[in-house]
Ligand binder design. Structure first.
Ligand SMILES: CC(C)(COP(=O)(O)OP(=O)(O)OC[C@H]1O[C@@H](n2cnc3c(N)ncnc32)[C@H](O)[C@@H]1OP(=O)(O)O)[C@@H](O)C(=O)NCCC(=O)NCCS
Length: 187
């Protein structure tokens, strides 16, 4: 577990997300599904769906929870960018901070740890999809060295409008040629 000063004198701990966190994670993300275009789902996700996701991906990709006291205040995780084998070294990252806790560096704390772990596992790059506009997410990705790699115009229709989605990519360490398979998540 690692800790970080949020800049407000609070301390947030980052640890591996567990299946038992699924209900808290669902509550955080369902807020943004209902109220924002950051997530292109239009229907809430159940805790059971999150349990299956953590179970399916948590062994190969980092799945992290930010904890303040005994409350989960954010999550960041990675998944395959594409299931076809040649993409095995390309991950897709996602981060959500609970409404009310945003702007306190929880997202930065989570992303620092997520990216460090992905690099240590031997991923070559990390992708992120960011619906426009989302100044907070764009600032976070730019601050961590993601670069805009293009825009999917009118990628989705949500809350009464067509929405563009920005594609962002961050390169990690160069790998051997041919690369070793990525390492599993530790612990
Ligand atoms: C995007 C999000 C994860 C950022 O996490 P956060 O804890 O609020 O952000 P932080 O406090 O760590 O700030 C990270 C950087 O973004 C900047 N930032 C944060 N919110 C911002 C905003 N609304 N507008 C502009 N910049 C913003 C900060 O200034 C900081 O930049 P710096 O390092 O140059 O100072 C969070 O706001 C969130 O969950 N948003 C809703 C869901 C979402 O959009 N998820 C991303 C899907 S792609």
């Amino acid at each position: 577990m690692s800790t970080s000063d949020t800049g407000f004198g609070d301390v947030v701990a980052v640890r591996r997300a567990e299946v038992a966190d699924a209900a808290a994670i669902a509550a955080i993300v369902n807020h943004y599904i209902a109220r924002s275009t950051a997530n292109f789902r239009t229907e809430p996700q159940s805790a059971a769906e999150w349990e299956r996701e953590i179970d399916a991906y948590g062994g190969r990709y980092p799945w992290l929870a930010a904890v303040y006291g005994d409350e989960i205040v954010g999550l960041a995780y990675a998944k395959p960018w594409n299931a076809r084998q040649a993409y095995d070294w390309t991950a897709e990252a996602t981060v959500y901070v609970a409404e009310g806790q945003r702007g306190r560096r929880v997202g930065s704390t989570l992303y620092r740890e997520l990216l460090k772990r992905l690099e240590a596992q031997g991923f070559r790059s990390v992708m992120a999809l960011v619906t426009s506009p989302n100044p907070g997410s764009e600032a976070l990705h730019a601050a961590f060295g993601f670069e805009p790699a293009g825009t999917i115009r009118d990628a989705g229709y949500k809350h009464g409008e067509w929405r563009d989605v920005g594609v962002w990519q961050k390169m990690l360490a160069e790998l051997a040629d041919p690369p070793e398979p990525t390492a599993p998540v530790e612990g």
